[in-house]
Design a protein around this ligand. Sequence first.
Ligand code: AKG
Ligand code: FE2
Length: 385
Amino acid sequence: MDRATFACSTAFFRDYNSSSQGAFCLPGGHVDFIEKVESFTYSDFFRDYLIPNHPCIFSAKFTEDWGSRRNWVTWDGKPNFDHLLQKFGEAVVPVANCDVKEYNSNPKEQLPFKEYIKYWKEYIKNGYRSSRGCLYLKDWHLSRTPFHADVFRSYSWSANICGRKKWLLYPAGQEEYLKDCHGNLPFDVTAPNLQDRSVYPRYNQSQPPVEIVQEAGEIVFIPSGWHHQVYNLEDTISINHNWVNGCNVAIMWCFLQDELAAVQREINEWKDPIDDWHLQCQLIMKSCTGIDYKEFYNFLKVIAENRISVLENGLDDEASAKNTPKAAISTLGMLHAVFDLKRTVKVLTSLSANEDFKKLDLTSLSPPPEALLHHLKAAIDTALL
Ligand SMILES: O=C(O)CCC(=O)C(=O)O
Ligand SMILES: [Fe+2]
């Protein structure tokens, strides 16, 4: 990250004091297409997309030298089943059945990869039909992903190794208009019953989704908290990655507070009879969301300590030779580490002051939150000297 990007990113959070960037709109639903690799830097990406939380598409030039684009794909752009079998045949993979709805997802089973490929070949031969339904290999998505926002409201990028996808994107906050009268989001945002005012009372106030068709080789960037639904328009293999950094860690914290509040509302009537009601709320939250407040503290701690160690010790040869997280943040630069630390201080301060967090037994946290905060602030001050 360069100095100018550091300055404007720090100013962004200082001036707007914004923990959620959901209010930002895309002019005319337009999504930028980034054509050239040479003239686009990480600082450009940070300033123009991560900070304002806007989507973008990277051209196929960004992936043309990826091994997966050469080896996983046949000359005519189809999945190279022989190569994939040779490479991953023995793996056991999670497979979802897209034809069956279970809550707001699809039921999953574990299958050997080679069995999945056999199914996929037969499915194609049969005109994209099978008595087993439409099976979906999770992480190498086959058909359609139901309407969702990503885990912990993280950012994601998704690169098409081969095939094409259609994305329907709703800017953060729009999901409020897509909820039914019980507060549940639809499984399929294109279903005709969304027009039914008695079921989806606010649907007519929602903006139409931003629609993207992603071609082979292109990478789509999905901002934090943007709900989306995805269709594979042909046989498609994609690589996806989720991440959180200083720009969206406050969005993650807001999301966790909303999740806990939802649990508390659900079991509010048991508040008095249950002694350890607050602990029970954390347990339920963890089983629904995958993380509780103490784990979130540890998540912040790991990120902070990684950044601090880069600032304090720089990068030794051993760390840079290996593909470690320390090497990764160091590639992004010291200023990125400082930026992430400043945002972590903000979120950690809010977590430490949070009444629900304070009610938990925090003696197991090491170091205690105040000590970690102190260490973080000292590391920032030294770095900025
Ligand atoms: O490709 C898909 O089916 C889903 C991808 C997705 O939801 C994501 O990358 O966030
Ligand atoms: Fe997603």
